[in-house]
Each structure stands twice: as C-alpha cells, then as structure tokens.
Design a protein. Structure first.
Ligand SMILES: Cc1ncc(COP(=O)(O)O)c(C=O)c1O
Length: 382
C-alpha cells in the first residue's frame, strides 16, 4: 500500500540527479560513462578558496552557524552585490542557504499559497516547476522560441498574467538556453510588471559570471522593481563549487525574514566550513575565475561551429552559462552506422512538452564523445 503523501507522489524525480545516479551505477559496473547530465563545471575549486576551508577546519569552525549565515559572510555578499551589480543590500536582506536550490525553495515556500501561479519563461531549469509544485503553486510555462533567443517578450508576459499570478521566475544567463536578458529587455518586462504590484520577481543569477556579453543586468537594479525582487545567486557555477552547497539571496527584508524562519525549521544554517570558504570567493575579484569563463566560451564556439557542420541541428548562440541547446528533431527516427561502447547521459530537455531539445553542457570529454558519435569525419578537429 502506498502511504506516502500526495505532495511527494506528485513530485517528479529530478531527471538530472536520476541520470547522474544511473551514470554512477554504470561506472561501478566498469562501463565507460561520460556524464553530461549535471550542470557542473569540470574544473577544480580554485586553490585560494580551498585554503580558506582548510584554515577554517584548523581554526575549529565546527558549530552551528546563524541560520541565515555568518555575519562576515553576509557582509562579504553585500560587498559583492555592490561591486558586481551596484545593488545595495543590508544584513537583514541576506540569507545564506544550502545551495541556490534551497534559496529558491525557501522563497517558494514562504510566498506561495495553494493555487498561486508562477510564470516560468520556458525553457527553464527543470527544478523550477517542481519546486513551485512542492509549494502548492501552479507553474505557468510561457513558451519562448529561437527567434527571440528563447527570451520572453513583454507581450507574452502580459498575456500570461492572471489575477492568480504571484511570481515571475527566470534565470539570466539562462539554464538551459544560455540566453542573457539585456538591461533594455529587462526594463521592458518591468514596464509590464509595473501594472501588477503584487507580483514578486525571482531573478536567478547563478550564472552571472559565466556571461560572454559585456554586461550583466539585474531586475533589482530598477528602483521600481527593487522592493519586489529576490536576487538569487551562489558559488556552484562560477567558482566550481557545486558540492560545497552554498547559495544566497538579496531580498526585501520581509521575504528574507520569512526565508530565515523557514530554513530554521528545515536545515538550520548552511555548512560552516563552506561558508568560511565562500567569504574568500565573495571577496575575490571576478577576474580570478576569468580563465574558466574563457574556456567555456571557446568550448561554446567549438560546439556551435561543429554543430553548424552537421545538417539538421538548429541552435541559438548562448551568451552565457555553459550549455548549448540544439533542436535535434531532425534526427528522430534516423539510424547511425556503427555501435558505441560509451554511455553518454545527456539531459533531454522537455521544452514545451516536446522532448527534442538537448541540454548539452560543454564539458571537455563530452564534446569529444558527442561529436565522435555524431560526426566521425570531423573527429580530427577535436
Ligand atoms: C538556473 C539554476 N539555478 C540554480 C541552480 C542550483 O544551484 P545550487 O548548486 O547552488 O543549488 C542551478 C543548478 O543547476 C541552476 O542551473
């Protein structure tokens, strides 16, 4: 007899985590597996950050931390918001969590009531819809397309808003399309939102530093949006720290207070050693991680270049993050010559209920294998 709650029964398993688990299992069986399912950099955490963690252990950081994070970490985050985004936050507006995923879940849990609608420009990071559902909200997917570089237009936003709309969630740079909203594009969306003062905006900026355009714009930079925007960020992507599990928000104080209360009953504060290391990451000039960004950009260029040589692929030019998002519908029903002994888990990206988009992280070993598989003749270029 299934005695689990409706809440968990209605929740989809994280596809990416399930694929990663399967990959691990196959590897343990001795199979050659190159994992491309998880969105994580294939770099090591920079040494100068690791050293801070080692020091923290030796300095006996081992106790519970304040629920919303160490004060000096929150101060470092405030300086980061000012330095990188020209955003002014104060201590009561910052909450440090166990990854940006928890930051997002906190916000959903404290804002949504049953049946509240959350607008999600689609494609979006797979967890968004599930987190919204977990908080009893209703994800409203707004289909974007390649012609607008997978960005939601003001008209689309206007049409999607109903009396039940409570939030707009989006990421820029976007996982999985790599789209980056310009300041003007954000302003145009803000102009629509001006007429709907009760809608809260969740601006997920976790890929902020992996941005190949000259500029990163934040919704909270507009004075009329600041008081209703939650800016989400973290260290997983830019600092190659996925396993350290630290994310944070800058938010209106009433939302931050509620997230603190929620977190206090669910996980308490985030890991103490990781928090000490993140102080160093926050204080670092972003140029210290520039080498990773450069590498992601050149891999993106390589992948796009190679894709353009295979008939049938259609992809936008990702301006940020580390994914390429090609339409592979052309290949449906076709067969490939030869067999492969390598297993390659890649997220099928269910985009507007059509499973024909690949979310392709541009990780080195993956590029080689994907293109060996797809286009033997071009192997020499890798
Ligand atoms: C858009 C987006 N937001 C948030 C996260 C979660 O980040 P974290 O590792 O800090 O939980 C991810 C991870 O893939 C992501 O792609």
């Amino acid at each position: 007899m299934n005695t689990l709650s409706d809440r968990i029964n209605n929740l989809s398993t994280s596809q990416t985590l399930a694929m990663a688990a399967k990959a691990r299992e196959l590897r343990e069986e001795g199979k050659d597996v190159i994992g491309l399912s998880l969105g994580e950099p294939d770099f090591n955490t920079p040494d100068f950050i690791k050293e801070s963690a080692i020091n923290a252990i030796n300095e006996n950081y081992n106790s519970y931390t304040p629920v919303d994070g160490y004060k000096d970490l929150k101060e470092a985050i405030i300086r980061k918001f000012k330095r990188d985004n020209n955003l002014d936050y104060s201590l009561p507006q910052i909450v440090v969590s166990t990854g940006a995923k928890q930051s997002l879940a906190n916000v959903a849990m404290v804002i949504l009531n049953e049946g509240d609608e959350v607008i999600l420009p689609c494609p979006f990071w797979v967890s968004y819809a599930e987190i919204v559902k977990l908080a009893e909200g209703v994800p409203v997917q707004v289909k974007t397309n390649i012609e607008t570089d997978f960005k939601m237009t003001p008209d689309q936003l206007r049409t999607a808003i109903t009396p039940k709309t409570r939030m707009l969630w989006f990421s820029s740079p976007c996982n999985p399309s790599g789209s980056v909203y310009s300041r003007e594009e954000l302003r145009a969306l803000a102009d629509v939102l001006k007429d709907h003062p009760d809608i809260i905006i969740v601006s997920d900026e976790i890929y902020e530093h992996i941005n190949f355009t000259a500029d990163h714009a934040s919704m909270a930079q507009f004075d009329d949006m600041y008081d209703r925007t939650v800016t989400v960020n973290g260290v997983s992507k830019a600092f190659a720290m996925t396993g350290w599990r630290i994310g944070f928000i800058g938010a209106p104080a009433w939302i931050a207070r509620a997230c603190n209360k929620m977190q206090g009953q669910v996980t308490s504060g985030a890991n103490c050693i990781a928090q000490r290391a993140v102080i160093t990451a926050m204080n670092a000039d972003p140029s210290r991680i520039g080498f990773m960004v450069e590498e992601f950009k050149s891999r993106r260029d390589l992948v796009l270049d190679l894709l353009s040589e295979v008939e049938g692929f259609k992809a936008n030019v990702p301006e940020g993050a580390f994914y390429v998002f090609p339409d592979i519908s052309h290949f449906f029903g076709k067969t490939l010559n030869g067999t492969r002994s390598t297993t390659l888990p890649i997220s099928p990206c269910t985009y507007w209920r059509t499973p024909w988009w690949l979310q392709l992280p541009v990780m080195l070993s993956g590029i080689q294998t994907v293109f060996e598989f797809l286009m033997q003749p071009l192997k020499s270029r890798l």
